[in-house]
Design a protein around this ligand. Sequence first.
Ligand code: PLP
Length: 471
Amino acid sequence: MTPEEFRRGAQEHADWIASYFSQVRDHPVASAAEPGSVRAALAPAAPEDGEPIEAIFADFQAKIFPALTLWNHPRFFGYFPSSSPPPAVLAEFLAAAVNVNGMVWKSSPAATELEQTVLGWLRQWLALPESFFGILYDTASTGVLHALAAARQRVAPECRTEGMRADLTVYTSEQAHSSVEKAAITLGFGQNNVRKIPVDAEFRMRTDLLDQTIAADLRNGKRPCAVVATVGTTSLTAIDPLREIAAIANRHGVWLHVDAAYGGSAAILPEMRHILDGIEQAHSLVLNPHKWLYVPSDCSVLYTRDPEALRGAFSLIPEYLRTSEDDRVVNLMDYGFQLGRRFRSLKLWYVLRSFGRRGIMERLREAMRLAQVIKQLVEAEPEFELCAPVTLSLVCFRHRGGNAFNEQLLAEINATGKAFLSHTIVGGKYMLRFAVGNFQTTEQDVRETWDLIRKTARLLARSEAAAALHG
Ligand code: PLP
């Protein structure tokens, strides 16, 4: 591309993105694509000669975009929403242009120092102790893997040279995210050494059972290594009691990792800071700006008060990566298994600066308020029931018609393209998850989606009744 062609292409792409933001509600949230349809529409082999950007962009619009489920849509209420507001899009554009690799300080000084600065800002917003060292990874799954590796380094440093030990155990609640178990599998703890502690009536880890399980393991010659607590569980946003868990973990000399991938953002609000009460006694904390901090995927921060354990687990410096500044700088490659690091801090910096603390707090509060609106709408409808306390911006509910009915209801809502929800099953009950977190979601989005849910449920109940009559 010549510079002139680039300018033209950039303008056309920017125009398309600007229209996407302003007309996003005209597009279906979930794609109706059939499996294999996208591949069938694409060339089976890469072109021999380069093609003009106009042709590629036209294919994006005609063949790719219609088969996308639009996570960056104000009526995307499934899983945990992930927002990409305009300032973050600009930052990603710039990051791609400069394409730096922040593996060591020297390889791009500003990449390392911006990351440390911006994670310092976020640490202040969250009122975390200054001693917490922050680092960005791609996902919370990577974060928990690093936390467990650091925990192992602390409890069983011999593993680094001699390999994994079968007596090391990990504790988490039965409502924890699957990434905890996956990290344990990856590191070689083994699934049988992951203890899933039952939860109380509000789906929080039972601390009495945690204590008993650790004590029993110690009696049986096991080496308890790490506890993973969750602030905002994936299915129902339960908040584990950190302070009590920390007391148990510290009494037994066990690392405490806190998975606040989604819920942690709410702690920026002074009135919600209590969800991290006791965090200063934890060893590590993961929070995903790419979930509820209006930063696009991927962007996940791990804070730890024991960066030396992390470094002890991962630092390995070949000659070709040594630099003359090594004794004066932080080389982020020392704090993880990956060498190459993309420039994630830029988009976090753009978002924190362009929204400001006030702007972020307004959006967090609004998302939580909208969740309360949904909760009241559910409670006002006798055919529906609430399935869990609404602790943050997620509402879990179900129709009283039973599991198969709710499954069908979800499929029909999502097939309209007007909104997108997801589901979970807890205690054998199939339930719908309505999570608010996109930067453009309004009360009208939420109310119209609730109307859609109610109407779809009524039609479904009527057609089921008619089928029963005739069948
Ligand atoms: N932890 C919690 C509580 C989550 O809800 C999720 C994903 O939804 C994860 C961890 C994993 O996040 P990631 O996709 O960043 O690995």
